[in-house]
Design a protein around this ligand. Structure first.
Ligand code: AMP
Ligand code: ZN
Length: 468
């Protein structure tokens, strides 16, 4: 296979992807802050990361993917200022923080399911690993990378040879002030320092607090991702993902504290997804009606069409959402499904014909995950001079990575077009179930019953085809 090249925010070049242990890939994703529904911008990041994970598996890597759920510590500003977002959500809805966390975590995974996003191998809520954060902060204090001031524990960025910064920020900016409009924390020795553990929060009503060697308090936002990643993926991380807004200060601070804790380099490859904006600009959860998967559904869209819309653009380009653009994606998706529905299982698969078509798909994906070119490769399959069975087999293969639900949608369309009575669909479903349960006598009985009604069943890799 050709080398897989991915843009790396750390080196600012397209690098050949390599891992610490051959054939294995440890992958960490910053998860959602569960104080509200995810907007479709957040979900753009998770869709592109999902395609990356699935392509790494397709490429042959044994991937272990870990994601946190931020249910504590993320303040209104990414730079340790303002109210805890979870507390804000709880107040808004008159519920406890844990109720809010449970409700919006479930809502997040339900959105992911609708968008065909696979759940990571490990999902760890931040509140699960308090002892690990305490251990990490203790070591940072011991080895001189942290200090206590005003009751809080801070990371001392001046102790590092280099406080890593990504694309959009340079060290000069950091010296002058972390963020405009953010009031200065006078406890900090250096402007870029950040909180590892809070005890003296300005907000006395912080809902979740734990005992610690530095007093009752709660962790800073960044520590969770370092500790969760190191616990589940070890001291060397192959790939770290997130939306571009996470690059600074969140990921910069993750690198600082992880490397200071471990005493060596931590993660070699950083994958950042550019933002989805709406036509008015930045997406925000604080604007009245914000764009969610449920809103798309209410308006009659199949969520997978939103995934298709995202894959038509490169992850490293800012994408603007509009309903007109989604309508265009919808038309294209329906046409594509119709073309696939017209394909027949017509004979043996031609493995030789597959090779050049597969090559186009891989060339696109290996070129910094060019999903829009990969979709073109998918159209090339439909146009290719080979039989339908070969095309179907390749489409199924590519869709294991793209997850556009193509063959299933085509099957549903065929069934709808055939206008098959519900009674027959129920019998087909019962037969599938009977086969699963190894009740072959019942399965055969149903097949014969349908035959007597003039219906033939054909088992295909995509499911049962109903022929009248
Ligand atoms: P949050 O729930 O705010 O912690 O964000 C969840 C994920 O969504 C993070 O990886 C963010 O970087 C990402 N994100 C936030 N806003 C956008 C956006 N407009 N477009 C794409 N990704 C975003
Ligand atoms: Zn994170």
């Amino acid at each position: 296979m050709r080398p897989l090249k991915l843009y790396n925010s750390l080196t600012r070049t397209k690098d050949v992807f390599t891992t610490h242990e051959e054939g294995k890939c440890s992958m960490y994703t910053c998860g959602p802050t569960v104080y509200h529904f995810a907007h479709i911008g957040n979900l753009r990041s998770y869709i592109m990361e999902d395609v990356l994970e699935k392509y790494l598996r397709y490429y042959g890597y044994d991937v272990k993917r870990v994601m946190n759920i931020t249910d504590v510590g993320h303040l209104s500003s990414d730079a340790d200022e303002g109210e805890d977002k979870m507390l804000k959500g709880a107040k808004r809805e008159n519920k406890s923080v844990m109720e809010i966390a449970k409700f919006y975590t479930d809502a997040f995974f339900s959105d992911c399911e609708k968008l065909k996003i696979k759940t990571p191998d490990v999902v760890e809520p931040a509140t699960n690993l308090i002892p690990e954060y305490i251990e990490m902060v203790s070591r940072l204090l011991e080895n001189g990378h942290a200090y206590i001031a005003g009751g809080n524990v801070y990371f001392d960025t001046s102790t590092l040879e280099k406080y890593y910064v990504f694309n959009d920020h340079d060290e000069e900016d950091l010296k002058d002030g972390v963020r405009e409009g953010v009031e200065l924390d006078t406890n900090k020795k250096n402007k870029a320092d950040f909180v590892l553990w809070f005890t003296k929060s300005k907000f006395e009503d912080q809902a979740l607090k734990w005992d610690s060697p530095w007093g009752v308090g709660y962790p800073g936002w960044h520590i969770e991702c370092s500790a969760i990643s190191i616990k589940h993926l070890g001291e060397y991380l192959d790939l770290h993902c997130g939306g571009i807004d996470n690059a600074f200060p969140h990921h910069t601070n993750e690198i600082a504290q992880s490397e200071a804790y471990l005493g060596h380099d931590w993660c070699k490859q950083w994958f950042h997804v550019l933002h989805l904006n709406d036509e008015t600009g930045k997406m925000s959860k604080s604007k009245g009606e914000f764009l969610t998967v449920s809103l798309l559904e209410e308006k009659g869209y199949n969520p997978v069409v939103y995934r298709f819309f995202c894959l038509q653009s490169h992850y490293r380009k800012t994408l603007t959402f509009s309903f007109d653009a989604l309508d265009n994606a919808n038309v294209a998706y329906e046409k594509l499904v119709k073309k696939i529905a017209a394909l027949k299982e017509d004979g043996p698969i031609d493995e030789e014909a597959k090779a050049p078509l597969r090559e186009r798909f891989n060339n696109s994906m290996c070129n910094d995950l060019n999903t829009s070119m990969a979709i073109t490769a998918l159209y090339d399959v439909l146009k290719a001079k080979t039989n339908d069975a070969t095309k179907l087999s390749l489409l199924e293969e590519f869709d294991r990575v793209l997850s556009l639900d193509l063959l299933n949608a085509a099957k549903e369309l065929k069934e709808k077009e055939a206008d098959i009575p519900q009674e027959i669909l129920d019998l087909v479903e019962e037969r599938t179930q009977a086969k699963k349960e190894k009740n072959f006598a019942r399965a055969d009985e149903i097949r014969d019953k349908l035959l007597a009604m003039g219906i033939t069943l054909k088992d295909t890799p995509q499911g049962v085809e109903i022929i009248r």
